[in-house]
Design a protein around this ligand. Sequence first.
Ligand SMILES: NC(=O)C1=CN([C@@H]2O[C@H](COP(=O)(O)OP(=O)(O)OC[C@H]3O[C@@H](n4cnc5c(N)ncnc54)[C@H](O)[C@@H]3O)[C@@H](O)[C@H]2O)C=CC1
Ligand SMILES: CC(C)CC(=O)C(=O)O
Ligand SMILES: [Mg+2]
Length: 357
Amino acid sequence: MVSTVRLAVIPGDGIGPEVVAEALKALDAAVAGTEVSFEQTPFSLGAARYLETGDVLTGDDLAAIRQHDAILLGAVGGVPGDPRLAGANIERGLLLRLRFELDHYVNLRPSVLYPGVTSPLANPGDVDFVVVREGTEGPYVGNGGAIRVGTPSEVANEVSVNTAYGVERVVRYAFAAASARPKKKLTLVHKTNVLVFAGSLWERTVDAVAAEYPDVAVDYLHVDAATIFLVTDPARFDVIVTDNLFGDILTDLAGAISGGIGLAASGNINPDGRFPSMFEPVHGSAPDIAGKGIADPTAAILSVALLLDHLGHPELAARVQRAVAADIAGRGDARRSTSEVGDAIVARIDVHETQRI
Ligand SMILES: NC(=O)C1=CN([C@@H]2O[C@H](COP(=O)(O)OP(=O)(O)OC[C@H]3O[C@@H](n4cnc5c(N)ncnc54)[C@H](O)[C@@H]3O)[C@@H](O)[C@H]2O)C=CC1
Ligand SMILES: CC(C)CC(=O)C(=O)O
Ligand SMILES: [Mg+2]
């Protein structure tokens, strides 16, 4: 059946537009010759737009984005500490607002150590796990405030919000994901020994849902210990379920052990399908390398694979993933530009049908 997907494209700031350009080339190649096509609408959003117009995300922007089936985002945010962006809070006003308004309660972040990738770990073993990070609650909701700001007696609060409704739905998603994977293991990561109220809610919810999934082995790690095991024994993980903040931190580490942040893809999923889900690399706008043409676009390209899978085209997703795996296997130490990596992956997507990897 012929289908046209309405795709909102937010290239964003820094290396965002550079990697999104390559991701779109890969998307075109993946759907070429199929009955799936994408109708793209670009949205100019991010720090650059704010500096030009003073707008971060208007009601009209949001309404227009909602009309799409999916979103591809590069990265947003300027140079950390740039005083011109002090009042804007691009990350909260744009990125987090999209995640909250579009109810992206699952932030899905797979980590796979592809053959040929150099991990900084001596013996990484079989790294193939996925972090299911809660995406709409936790300390990122903006529930806080400060008094006596700028004085020696300043007090600043940032409250973590955890609701039974919010925790249960993401835990259910994580169990279903674990049950569908070969290892069938779920690890709750939290800090229940000190964050006792939220920790207890997460623990009780996991225990309750676990009763419905006797096939899934469940364990628990405090987040500090989880960082140890991600480095010493990442193969022990299968599905990690955790809150918004811990998941943010753990997935940069997960990216680093699986070959670098330039390979780490993610999906901000609204599993109910009421709103468009949003796919983006785990990394940020990397102002330190922006404009140099050296950003690795692989994470953005793998985010396209997650997008295709989410839209019900696992065979097209696999086409992209196989091309990436083949490119990675042959990379060696040669440094390539952003577009050279994109072109090489696209070439492998194109030959996919004749040269199965
Ligand atoms: N989803 C998003 O839009 C995110 C936005 N940010 C924003 O991005 C800006 C920069 O944040 P940072 O903390 O520096 O994190 P970052 O992820 O942008 O960069 C961290 C380090 O990783 C490197 N790096 C990142 N992506 C890479 C790639 N594709 N290829 C090669 N190297 C890569 C960078 O050069 C830098 O050395 C900030 O404004 C931050 O708020 C940060 C994380 C996520
Ligand atoms: C604004 C931040 C929450 C973005 C980020 O670092 C992430 O989602 O990984
Ligand atoms: Mg992050």
